[in-house]
Every structure is written in structure tokens, then in C-alpha cells.
Design a protein around this ligand. Structure first.
Ligand code: SPQ
Length: 427
């Protein structure tokens, strides 16, 4: 399916941002292995989160969808999952595959995890290697890719220095350690999103956390909770960027998650001169949230790298778009991880923005963008990557003429209804 976008004169209005994808996955997972019911409100009903729901239903967990945003998980307890009678298909979702690998390694049954064409190309050795050190019996295609074949085994805790900052690897090891006989000590080179840590503690799990070091403990029992999922800042990112770039705009984005491990985009845009304010802040389950008010701004180029990268990794495509409109040069570095996402996001961002007329070049660990450059509509490919499809749609609002995006349907991975929301803001 193709989508054609035409320039917007002005954006205005107030929208509620759909639930956070990372938190929605984790609520299903922890709810499934807790004792008692977990009620999840403002759940993200997207293709990736549905992959996680299907996986746990396959393992005998009753999961009720009572309205499009409310889910009740009938927890089966730590040892209550049942052997799935066929391979678990994580679809396009790296989070589902990698977190499940940790959760399944210490079960008393065997399992297989697979995924779609894109996910079968993404590296799984980053979880295979430390899980084996814990005693897991796990094999992958070429020891690196899905499908993973897991024979449930007795696990022990490990000391592990993660080579890359990754919330999925960290979460995988924390979940595996729930089933181990000794604690694990996990070191991250930079702090990645900490939703697993916050939610596990709310469910009664034990963790000791010192900056970039975590001691994860085996568990006896977790307890079902009410989880309210904040709006996903990675989804809000497209509207924050649109509000900054489209002339004469003011947007109010309600109920957005503001966990500091995710708000790198706000820091960068403020540094670039963006007019962004936060109001109505609150906290739910340890997760801060609030409303974001964004107004059209003149931006300046900046340098993005180091410890900031994990705090905005999924927003880099749309930040690169903003940089094409900023005065001066923007350098994005230390972001090699972009190469192993749903697409190689260094190559694909550069491809799309170049086709639209941007002055952008790929580097080994990021990209360099010179601005401001007027964009011109063209045909672009989403490469089946939801974040690129939405970045291209926002580019279409400021490009001259028509921008057509091929394989548009991939937006359902994280933001079904994205285009309806965008259309509602065009004045
Ligand atoms: O789940 P998936 O496919 O890996 O999704 C992405 C995304 O853009 O939606 C990455 F491609 O987000 C990851 C994110 O990049 C979600 C995530 C999580 O929920 O733990 C963590 C990040 O990945 P990583 O590899 O740094 O752990």
C-alpha cells in the first residue's frame, strides 16, 4: 500500500499519543508470569504487541482484550507457562524475540522462536552468548539468527559486561535470572531504557540498581498489578518534529511518557532551539508522564553522540529529518546500532532524505547533515520499517509537491491510525 502526502500550511490541535510499545510488551510478559490478574490500560494495540499477546496465549495464558486499549492478563505464576505446541512467531518485533529468549531459557519445556524476514536478519547472538553463560541450552541459525531453539534448562546467575547498550539484552538477562539459582550482575556501557526494571519492581521482583550496573535476583513469586501505559515518546517524536517544522504550528501531545532514559529527543531539540514545554506531569508505576507543547521553531545544527544515543535511538530517523531544516551541520555519531534495527537505519534514512533533496551523508557510526535544505516531494520506500514510513510522511508535510511512500502498511507495527491522527491536525 502507498501513501501520498502533500504539504501542510499549518498544524494545530491536541492529540493523545498511543501507548508505549516497550511498556506494553513488558506488561504482557510480567503479567503472564505473575500470580493473579494484571489490568493494563492504554495498551498499544499494534502488530508488535499483538505478537507478544499471541506468544503468551500459545503458552496457555488467558489474555482478554476488553476494549481496544484495555487488556486483562490472567497470570499463571512463575512456573505456570505451558509448552507451546508450535514455534512462537515474534513477527517483526525484536523486543518480543529477545525478551522471550530470556524468559524461555529457564522453563521446564522446550520452545522455538522465529520471526518475519526482517527479524530473521537481526542479530540474536547478543542474547545467545550471555544466556549460554547462564547455562541455557539455546541454538540459533548460524549461531546468530532466528529461529532460536531453546531447551529449558537449570540456569545460574552471571557477571556480564554488555558490549552494547541494549534494553533488550538487559531485559532478557533480568528475565532469565528470575529462573536462575543465583543473582546476575549486569553492566551496561550506557544507560538504556529501564522499563523492565521499573515494572519488575512494581510486580514484587528484586533488583539493586547502581547507575549502569544492575544486580538481578531470582524470584519466588510476582504479583499481578494495574499497569497504566503512558503515551509512547517514540510515536510522539513524529508530531514533535512536525510541530517544529511546519510553519505557524502549535501542537499539544497529551500523556506522553517522560522516562529520562527515553527523553533524549527533547534534550536535543531544546539544544537545537526548539520551542518545547512540558505540562501536567504525573507518575504511574514509576513511569513519569506529561503533556508536550511544541511550536514552530528555527533550529540550529548540533552534535549527537555518546551516552545520549540509547536515550533517543529510535528517534534518530526523525531527528535527521529535523536536521535537514536546521541552520548548519548536524553530526550523529556512536550510533552503529542503527544498522541492526528493522532496516539498516543509517543507509535507509540517508536514502530517503537524499531522494527528497537533503544534503546528508552516511558515516560508519551515524550521519552528517548540512542544512537548511528545501525538500522536494518524490517516491520513497519505507523499507518495511515503521519509523522510516512515519519519518517520510512528516517530510512530506514540508516538501514541495507530492511525497509518495511505498509499503506504508508497516506503520501498524507501532502506530495504527497514524495518518488519521496526522490528518486531524492539518488546518
Ligand atoms: O522491538 P524492536 O523491533 O527492536 O523495535 C525498536 C523500534 O524501533 O521500535 C527497534 F528497532 O525499538 C527497540 C529499541 O531500539 C525497543 C526496545 C525495547 O523495548 O526494549 C529497545 C531498543 O532496542 P535495543 O536493541 O537497544 O534494546
Amino acid at each position: 500500500m502507498k501513501l501520498t502526502v502533500t504539504p501542510a500550511k499549518r498544524l494545530a490541535g491536541e492529540i493523545r499519543i498511543p501507548g508505549d510499545k516497550s511498556i506494553s510488551h513488558r506488561a504482557i510478559m510480567l503479567g503472564s508470569i505473575a500470580k493473579g490478574d494484571t489490568h493494563i490500560s492504554h495498551f498499544l494495540m499494534s502488530d508488535d504487541c499483538l505478537s507478544t499477546i499471541r506468544a503468551f496465549r500459545q503458552m496457555g495464558v488467558p489474555i482478554e482484550i476488553t476494549n481496544p486499549e484495555t487488556v486483562i492478563v490472567k497470570g499463571q505464576g512463575l512456573h505456570g507457562l505451558k509448552a507451546p505446541n508450535s514455534a512462537i512467531d515474534a513477527g517483526n518485533s525484536g523486543t518480543t524475540a529477545r525478551l522471550l529468549a530470556g524468559l524461555l531459557a529457564g522453563q521446564s519445556f522446550n520452545s522455538i522462536i522465529t520471526g518475519d524476514d526482517s527479524l530473521r536478519k537481526r542479530p540474536m547472538d547478543r542474547v545467545i552468548i550471555p544466556l549460554r553463560q547462564m547455562g541455557a541450552n539455546i541454538t540459533g541459525t548460524q549461531d546468530k539468527y532466528l529461529p532460536l531453539s531453546i531447551r529449558g534448562s537449570a540456569l545460574k546467575g552471571i557477571n556480564y559486561h554488555m558490549p552494547v547498550a541494549s534494553a533488550q539484552v538487559k531485559s532478557c538477562l533480568i528475565l532469565a535470572t528470575l529462573y536462575a539459582d543465583t543473582p546476575s550482575r549486569i553492566f551496561e556501557p550506557a544507560l538504556s531504557r529501564n522499563h523492565t526494571e521499573l515494572m519488575l519492581q512494581a510486580f514484587g521482583g528484586r533488583l539493586d540498581i547502581y547507575n549502569n550496573e544492575i544486580i538481578a535476583y531470582p524470584a519466588n513469586q510476582l504479583y499481578g498489578q494495574h499497569v497504566h501505559v503512558p503515551g509512547d515518546i517514540s510515536s510522539a517524536a513524529f508530531f514533535i518534529t512536525a510541530g517544529l517544522l511546519v510553519p505557524n504550528s502549535t501542537l499539544v501531545l497529551k500523556g506522553v511518557g517522560l522516562n529520562p532514559t527515553r527523553t533524549g529527543i527533547l534534550d536535543v531539540y531544546k539544544e537545537m532551539g526548539g520551542d518545547i514545554a512540558i505540562e501536567n506531569t504525573s507518575t504511574s508505576g514509576g513511569e513519569p508522564m506529561g503533556d508536550i507543547i511544541v511550536k514552530t521553531s528555527n533550529l540550529e545544527g548540533t552534535v549527537i553522540g555518546g551516552q545520549l544515543i540509547p536515550r533517543l535511538i529510535d528517534e534518530i530517523p526523525v531527528i535527521a529529518l529535523a536536521a535537514t531544516q536546521a541552520q548548519g551541520t548536524t553530526i550523529i555519531k556512536d550510533a552503529q546500532e542503527l544498522k541492526v534495527k528493522e532496516s539498516n537505519r543509517i543507509a535507509t534514512v540517508v536514502d530517503i532524505l537524499s531522494r527528497l533533496g537533503a544534503d546528508i551523508e552516511a558515516t560508519d557510526d551515524g550521519m552528517v547533515i548540512h542544512g537548511p535544505t528545501p525538500l522536494k516531494g518524490n517516491q520513497v520506500d519505507s523499507f518495511g520499517d515503521h519509523r522510516l514510513a512515519m519519518m517520510a510522511a512528516i517530510a512530506g508535510l514540508i516538501a514541495q509537491g507530492e511525497t509518495t511512500i511505498n509499503s506504508w502498511e508497516c506503520v501498524n507495527i507501532s502506530f495504527p491510525g497514524f495518518y488519521d491522527v496526522l490528518s486531524s491536525l492539518q488546518k
